[in-house]
Design a protein around this ligand. Structure first.
Ligand SMILES: Nc1nc2c(ncn2[C@@H]2O[C@H](COP(=O)(O)OP(=O)(O)OP(=O)(O)O)[C@@H](O)[C@H]2O)c(=O)[nH]1
Ligand SMILES: [Mg+2]
Length: 660
C-alpha cells in the first residue's frame, strides 16, 4: 500500500465512523420522540453529504508531459498494464474523468464533440445519458480495455466552418495554439468532448475522481473545465517533463490554470518534474545524475517562481514498470514514493477539514437544539412537581385557585401563540422577498440580456465591460439577499425575545444567513474570467465564440452558485423557525399537562402521591435521555475532531465545540 492508499483508507474509515455515529444518533432520536421531522430531515441531509462525498484529483499540463502515464503509475499499476492510453505526440484528446459509480458495469461513456454547438455544458449533459456513447468495458481482458480506451485519443477532420461553429480555435500556423489544419485545408478536431470512465478500483469506489486533461488546446476550449472543475479540485498536479524543459506553453498553462497570484503553489497544488529517467546515463555515475536532476529542479523553480521543495522529480514510466514487475530498485529510482506521500498528505487531511467544515456546524446546531428541548422538558416537570408538592394538605379552595392560575397562564400563552401566528405571515412575506432576489428566472433574464448585449457589442473593451457589468449585477443581488436575510433574522429575534420574556422559554438566538461564500465564489469566477479573457487580444470576429465561452462557463458557474444559495436559504429558513416552533410546542404540552393533573386532583380521581410518582418517572426518563444524548454527542464530536492520520497537524484545524 502506498501512502495515498493508506491515507485514503484512514479517511474512509473516519468518514464511515462518522456516518455510523450520526445514523445511530438519528435512529435514537426517532425512538425517543425528541426530534421532529425537520431535524430528521436535516440529519438525512448530513448523511447524504457524507454518502456522496467525492475527492477530485486533476492532472494538468501541456501535451505529452506524461499526465496519463503518471495516472497509470500512481493509480492503475495494479491492473498489470497501461489503462489510459499514453503515447508520443498528442494522445488524450478530451478531458477524461475516472470514477466508480457502479462497480458491476464498467464502461466508458463519450460525449460527441458536436454537442458543443448547442451551447449546453458538459455537466448539464451528464443528466442525459442518451447524448453519450456508452461502451462496456471487459475488465477481464486488459487488451480489450486498452482498445476501448483508445477512443479518448480519437480525432476527426471537419471543414473550417464546422470547426468554427463549434467554437473551436483554429491554429493558422503550426506554432500557434489551436486545432491543427491539414494539407487539404481541413481541421483536425477531437472526436469527443468529454469522457467518463466507470472503472472498478478501490480508491474510485471510495469516492476518488481522477481527471485527466489534454494539453493546452483543450484546456482553452472547455472553460467549464478550467474555470469550474480545476479550481474546485482537492488536488491538482502540474506536470513538466525533463526532456522538454519549461517551455512557453508550459508557462502559459501554469499561469492560466494553476499558479497562485500570491506566489508559490496554492494548497493542494503539486508540481511534478517527469521523465527524469531521460537523465539516467550509464556513462555517468549516479551522483552526477542526481546532480543533473537537482540542477533541473533549480531551473524549474526559478521559471515558476516557487521554491525547490515544491517540485517532485519522478519517472512515471519507470514507476509503472517497477510496480508491474515488482522491481523495487527501479521503483526507488523512479522517486514516485515521495510524490505519492505528498499527494496523500496534501489531499486527504485537507479533504477532512472540508467535510468537517461542511457538516460540523450543522451537527453542533442539531445537538444543541436537542439539549434545549430536554432541558426545557426537565424544567417543566420539576416546576410541575413543585407545584403539586405545594398542594399537599391544602383545601379545595387553594386547589381551585391554583387551577385558575394555570388556566390564566394557558390563555395568556395561547394569545401569544396567536400573535406568533400573525408574525408568521410577516415572516412569509419577508421570505418571499428573499426568494425574489434569489429567483433563478430573474437571473436567467439578466443572463439573456448580457448575452444579447455581448453579441451586438462592437469593441473588445465593450465586451469586457459588459462581462464586468454582469458580475457587478450578480454581486449586487447577493448584497440584497444579505440585507433581506438580516431583516428576517431581526424579525425572528424579536419574536424569540418576546416569548422568552413572557413565558420563560430558553434563550436561543437564531443564527444569520451569510452570503460571504457566494460573494467570494462570484469574485473567484470573475477573477478567473477576467484573467482568461483579459489576456486575449480579441478579433471582433471572435466575439460570438467569446460570448459563447463566457456563456458556457461563467454563466453556468454563476447559475450554480445561485442554485446553491437557494437551497441554503431553504435550509436556513427551516432551521431558523424550527427551534422556536419546537419550544412553543413543548411549552404548550406542559401547560396542558399541568392543568390536567390539577384538575384530576381537584376531582380526587388521582391522589397527589400517584401523580407525583408518575412525574418522578417522567423526570428520570428525561435525565436518562439527557445522559444518552451527551454520550452520542461526545462520540460524534470526538470523531469530528480526530486529527487526520499519522501526518496530522498537532491540533485539529477546526475545533467543534459543543459546550453551550
Ligand atoms: N522516458 C519517459 N517517457 C515518458 C515518461 N512518462 C511518459 N513518457 C512518455 O511520454 C509520452 C507522452 O506521455 P503521455 O502520458 O501520453 O502524456 P500526456 O501528458 O498524457 O499527453 P497528452 O495526452 O497528449 O496531453 C509517451 O510516449 C510516454 O511513454 C517517463 O517518465 N519517462
Ligand atoms: Mg494523456
Amino acid at each position: 500500500m502506498n501512502n495515498i492508499e493508506q491515507q485514503f483508507e484512514a479517511y474512509s474509515s473516519w468518514r464511515a465512523g462518522l456516518f455510523g455515529a450520526i445514523s445511530e444518533f438519528r435512529g435514537w432520536l426517532r425512538t425517543q420522540e425528541i426530534a421532529d421531522a425537520q431535524v430528521d430531515q436535516r440529519l438525512e441531509q448530513v448523511l447524504s453529504t457524507l454518502r456522496d462525498d467525492k475527492l477530485y484529483v486533476a492532472f494538468v499540463a501541456e501535451f505529452s508531459r506524461g499526465k496519463s502515464e503518471l495516472i497509470n503509475a500512481i493509480f492503475f499499476a495494479g491492473f498489470g498494464q497501461r489503462v489510459l492510453p499514453s503515447s508520443a505526440g498528442r494522445t488524450t484528446m478530451c478531458p477524461t474523468e475516472l470514477v466508480c459509480e457502479n462497480r458491476d458495469t464498467p464502461f466508458i461513456r463519450l460525449l460527441p464533440i458536436e454537442t458543443r454547438s448547442s451551447g449546453t455544458t458538459v455537466s448539464e449533459l451528464k443528466g442525459f445519458p442518451d447524448e453519450w456513447t456508452t461502451i462496456p468495458l471487459e475488465i477481464q481482458s486488459p487488451d480489450k480495455v486498452a482498445q476501448a480506451l483508445q477512443h479518448i485519443a480519437q480525432i476527426k477532420t471537419v471543414s473550417k466552418e464546422v470547426a468554427q461553429s463549434m467554437g473551436l480555435h483554429i491554429a493558422e500556423e503550426d506554432t500557434q495554439n489551436g486545432m491543427h489544419v491539414t494539407d487539404e485545408g481541413l481541421v483536425e478536431i477531437p472526436r469527443w468532448r468529454h469522457a467518463v470512465i466507470n472503472f472498478p478500483h478501490p480508491l474510485l469506489e471510495q469516492g476518488l475522481v481522477i481527471l485527466d486533461t489534454p494539453g493546452l488546446n483543450a484546456l482553452g476550449t472547455e472553460p467549464e473545465l478550467t474555470l469550474s472543475l480545476l479550481p474546485s479540485a482537492h488536488a491538482v498536479l502540474f506536470i513538466l517533463a525533463a526532456d522538454a524543459g519549461v517551455t512557453k506553453s508550459d508557462i502559459q498553462v501554469w499561469r492560466d490554470f494553476i499558479s497562485n497570484p500570491k506566489g508559490g503553489p496554492a494548497k493542494g497544488r503539486l508540481v511534478v518534474l517527469n521523465k527524469i529517467d531521460g537523465l539516467w546515463d550509464e556513462l555517468r555515475d549516479w551522483e552526477e545524475v542526481q546532480h543533473e536532476i537537482d540542477r533541473q529542479i533549480q531551473e524549474t523553480a526559478k521559471h515558476l517562481g516557487i521554491s525547490e521543495q515544491n517540485i517532485y522529480p519522478v519517472s512515471a514510466q519507470k514507476a509503472l514498470l517497477g510496480k508491474i514487475r515488482g522491481d523495487r530498485a527501479i521503483l526507488e529510482r523512479s522517486r514516485i514514493g515521495a510524490l505519492e506521500n505528498a499527494l496523500g498528505e496534501e489531499m486527504l487531511p485537507a479533504k477532512r477539514d472540508i467535510v468537517r467544515e461542511n457538516i460540523g456546524g450543522e451537527m453542533v446546531d442539531i445537538i444543541k437544539s436537542m439539549r434545549v428541548i430536554l432541558t426545557q422538558r426537565l424544567k417543566g416537570v420539576q416546576e410541575h412537581m413543585e407545584e403539586l408538592e405545594g398542594l399537599s394538605g391544602k383545601n379545595l379552595d387553594v386547589i381551585d385557585h391554583m387551577m385558575e392560575k394555570v388556566r390564566v397562564d394557558k390563555e395568556h400563552f395561547e394569545k401569544s401563540l396567536q400573535r406568533f401566528q400573525a408574525t408568521r405571515s410577516i415572516f412569509s412575506q419577508q421570505t418571499n422577498l428573499l426568494y425574489s432576489h434569489l429567483n433563478l428566472k430573474a437571473i436567467d433574464k439578466m443572463i439573456a440580456e448580457t448575452k444579447r448585449d455581448m453579441e451586438i457589442s462592437l469593441t473588445t473593451s465593450g465586451l469586457k465591460t459588459r462581462m464586468q457589468t454582469f458580475f457587478r449585477q450578480m454581486h449586487a443581488i447577493m448584497e440584497d439577499v444579505a440585507r433581506q436575510a438580516q431583516e428576517i433574522k431581526e424579525l425572528m429575534e424579536g419574536v424569540y425575545r418576546k416569548f422568552q420574556e413572557e413565558h420563560g422559554l430558553s434563550n436561543i438566538k437564531p443564527h444569520g444567513f451569510s452570503v460571504m461564500k457566494y460573494l467570494r465564489e462570484i469574485k473567484r469566477v470573475e477573477d478567473k474570467h477576467m484573467q482568461f479573457f483579459g489576456g486575449m487580444s480579441l478579433l471582433i470576429t471572435e466575439q460570438k465564440s467569446v460570448t459563447r465561452k463566457f456563456y458556457e462557463s461563467a454563466v453556468a458557474r454563476i447559475r450554480a452558485i445561485f442554485a446553491t444559495a437557494n437551497r441554503d436559504a431553504d435550509n436556513w429558513l427551516r432551521t431558523i423557525m424550527s427551534p422556536m416552533e419546537s419550544q412553543v410546542r413543548e411549552h404548550q404540552i406542559q401547560l396542558r399537562r399541568r392543568l390536567e393533573s390539577i384538575k384530576r386532583i381537584h376531582k380526587a380521581s388521582d391522589t397527589l402521591d400517584d401523580r407525583l410518582n408518575e412525574l418522578k418517572d417522567v423526570r428520570d426518563g428525561i435525565r436518562a435521555q439527557d445522559k444518552a444524548l451527551e454520550t452520542q454527542a461526545e462520540t460524534i464530536t470526538s470523531i469530528l475532531n480526530a486529527p487526520a492520520g499519522p501526518a496530522a497537524r498537532a491540533e485539529p484545524a477546526l475545533d467543534i465545540d459543543l459546550s453551550a
